[in-house]
Design a protein around this ligand. Structure first.
Ligand SMILES: Cc1ncc(COP(=O)(O)O)c(C=O)c1O
Length: 279
């Protein structure tokens, strides 16, 4: 695999990250994940805009975000991923400097790393997945796509150990999002998802699905969803770059709705796929 590291393309095995890197020592960095459909990057402008936001919120400077679209394309080309479906991962840390909590003074160059890989999905949209609810133990800036993901990892591991795909994170009785997906519910025939706040990641898939609902005349609400509401929802689904719209058919061991992916979920996924073909 050929990867991008600090401005050049090199074999993955040749990459050397400093042990002083603040990503390694402190989790001080941000990332993005985009994907291709048939070799073409999808919603890349939105992903780069979110990266710009995450970098800005952490005050990491020195990254030419405008040029990264070309880097992503080049990673796909060098690795022979111009056909089929692939993901592109890109991360930026504040750089390498003697360990201290405050920012390096004088500032150091950020560390940048990116790779492209074929998509390997562990679910089937026609069957849906199981999820569990867990307390949200993350920090209060979940709107930043930071590489500090340990709370997400612990939640997701708990889900896997329960035989589930995703952990739905609950804060003060409100079901916010998954460990690596946004959350939607269908209640009384209408689509609900948590409003944007510092407690959820502003998912690109979430935003596109909301737009699709509006364009199709399907009522959609950005409103807090109580955990009891997802238990009695007609449908629950997850939204993410690799998951698209993916039905949750079991929640905490009990069937959701009829126990199979529901009609709204399946319709939205079909409309979403049309959208991916258009761009
Ligand atoms: C916590 C969290 N929520 C939601 C999402 C979905 O975002 P997107 O649709 O942009 O992939 C992700 C994606 O990684 C995530 O980590």
């Amino acid at each position: 695999m050929t990867v991008y590291f600090n401005g050049s393309y090199q074999p993955k095995d040749a990459v050397r990250v400093s042990p002083d890197d603040r990503g390694f020592l402190l989790g001080d960095g941000v990332y993005e994940v985009a994907r291709t459909y048939g070799g073409r990057l999808f919603a890349i402008d939105r992903h780069l805009e979110r990266l710009r936001y995450s970098l800005g919120e952490l005050r990491i400077t020195g990254v030419a975000v405008d040029t990264l679209g070309q880097v992503f394309e080049e990673l796909l080309r060098i690795n022979g991923l111009m056909a089929g479906d692939a993901l592109v991962y890109f991360q930026v840390t504040r750089g390498a400097a003697r360990r201290a909590h405050g920012f390096p003074e004088p500032p150091v160059a950020p560390t940048t790393y990116g790779y492209a890989a074929p998509l390997a999905l562990k679910f089937d949209h026609t069957k849906g997945v199981a999820a569990i609810t867990v307390p949200d133990r993350r920090w209060a800036r979940c709107d930043i796509k930071t590489i500090s993901l340990v709370a997400n990892c612990l939640a997701n591991q708990e889900a896997q150990e329960a035989g589930a795909f995703e952990a739905i994170l609950v804060r003060d009785g409100v079901a916010l999002e998954g460990s690596h997906t946004n959350l939607f519910a269908v209640l009384g025939g209408e689509v609900w998802t948590a409003p944007l706040s510092n407690y959820i990641l502003p998912g690109i898939t979430r935003a596109i699905l909301i737009g699709i609902c509006r364009a199709a005349g399907m009522p959609v609400h950005e409103r807090p969803i109580q955990v009891e509401e997802i238990r009695r929802a007609d449908e629950v689904f997850l939204a993410g770059t690799t998951t698209e719209a993916l039905g949750v058919v079991r929640l905490d061991g009990r069937p959701v709705g009829t126990g199979v992916p529901g009609p709204v979920t399946l319709r939205l996924r079909q409309l979403f796929l049309k959208e991916t073909a258009r761009r």
